[in-house]
Design a protein around this ligand. Structure first.
Ligand code: BEZ
Length: 257
């Protein structure tokens, strides 16, 4: 992340409360099937847990993440792996990697064609792109209620403030094909995601939804979060636990040789 842009990522909070992100990512590793000796780029490596799993297969891994906080933590945890603070849109690799892997990252990039182009350029001909991120209607129950409560509180909200890109299978695979990928796999599925503890939903909103609050005073944010918690308890609080309505998109594309 560039110095003039605020780094919203708290690496300790991420490793503490949101470690489920990399735990769920293990299934994506099976789809990647790393092979010893391969050069693999992990886009949005966070604090490095999945990059380290890929490294354990005997591959050469490079992890990039926009957040310097995350990269610093990744370097501390896994000093044998190369990590760099870099946005996907800043990648300048050409025909370098056998595979590009990305978990829970690409929904943060609201210029998907550009991101795909940088990923495509980074791959060797015949190289594969294996990714999972938020798909159409991801966390919609939560964000609809948040936006409703923000408006109820008299705060202006415009759709540009929505922090994420959550495409359908049709939309994203069409973009992949336009860039030049052969799409060999695509799946859109529900993945109800437990948020740890009584404060799970609140922690999630605090961690990820800054844009929706847009720098409102703490008391206003508190009010909105209480309303959201009250109104979603019936839908999303199950057996003593908050469960977020995650929907994932998983894709595999191969760069034409
Ligand atoms: C996701 O992984 O789908 C996600 C994470 C944080 C905010 C929104 C979506």
């Amino acid at each position: 992340m560039k110095h003039h842009v605020k780094d919203i990522w708290n690496a300790d909070l991420y490793d503490g409360n949101h470690s489920f992100v990399s735990k769920f990512g293990s299934h994506l590793l099976e789809l990647l099937s790393p092979v010893e000796g391969e050069q693999i780029l992990d886009v949005g490596c966070g604090t490095g847990d999945l990059a380290n799993k890929i490294y354990q297969y005997g591959t050469y891994v490079t992890g990039v993440d926009k957040s310097e906080n995350m990269v610093q933590q990744a370097n501390n945890k896994y000093p044998d792996i190369t990590f760099m603070a870099k946005d996907v849109l800043e990648l300048e690799y050409k025909n370098t990697f056998d595979a590009v892997f990305s978990n829970a990252t690409l929904h943060w990039v609201k210029q998907p064609e550009e991101a795909l182009q940088h990923i495509y350029n980074s791959l060797k001909p015949g190289g594969r792109f294996v990714a999972e991120f938020g798909g159409k209607d991801n966390v919609q129950i939560i964000t609809n209620e948040m936006i409703h409560q923000v408006k109820q509180a008299g705060i202006s909200y415009t759709p540009e403030q929505f922090p994420w890109y959550f495409p359908s299978i049709g939309e994203y695979t069409t973009l992949m094909e336009q860039i030049g990928f052969n799409v060999t796999f695509a799946q859109h599925f529900d993945r109800p995601t437990p948020l740890e503890g009584d404060k799970g939903l609140r922690n999630w909103m605090k961690m990820f939804c800054g844009n929706i609050f847009e720098n409102q005073p703490a008391a206003v944010q508190e009010h909105v979060m209480i309303q959201v918690e009250n109104n979603l308890k019936e839908a999303l609080y199950q057996n003593g636990q908050w469960v977020a309505d995650y929907k994932r998109l998983r894709v595999v594309g191969v760069k034409k040789s």
